[in-house]
Write a protein that binds this ligand. Sequence first.
Ligand code: IMP
Ligand code: MG
Length: 195
Amino acid sequence: MLGPMHNDIETILFSTEEILAGLIRLAEEITRDFGDEEFTVVGVLKGSVVFVSDLVRNLDTTLEMAFVSASSYRSGTESGKLDLTFFPMDEEITGKRILLADDILDTGRTMFALKHELLARGAAEVKTCVFLDKPSRRSVELEADYRCFEVEDLFVVGYGLDYAGRYRNLPYVGDLKPSVYESPADSSKREGVSA
Ligand code: IMP
Ligand code: MG
């Protein structure tokens, strides 16, 4: 029996099996490119946590992990102002090769801001890596160096991606039924604070 969270999903876009296959493909590419030189995977909280934890276990390299927090204060499903709320300590960044990982590249503003902040704090190199890429929505000039899958302009949840804080634990990626957005029953859904 599946729990109620699954009833809110309209269509499954990437199954658990497809995600694993995409992840292994991506991890092989990163392992090949980064070679023997050590680097730090910097995950963007909270959305990248599921992706990063699966990704690092498929990377056959020596690496360290760190996290940044970038909250995009928004209502509903539109990205709003970006607030960099938490950064690793300078010694975790200065002189390091960094793989900046997030759940999705949408307008690109989050990754753009974080990449430049990391470089300003002395990172030797910053490559970007996203689980999903929504190129049709881009508003800044940034392409991911690595990405697992491309998605069309749909609001998707699961595998770390949330709607108003929920659905991150879905083991697949899907889009939500319109009734979930439209439901007036729970107004907290309209005040999503997450990245
Ligand atoms: P960007 O700054 O517009 O590229 O978007 C950054 C953040 O918006 C991502 O890290 C996600 O947290 C969120 N986001 C964008 N599109 C989606 C989506 O389809 N589902 C869930 N979160 C999304
Ligand atoms: Mg996010």
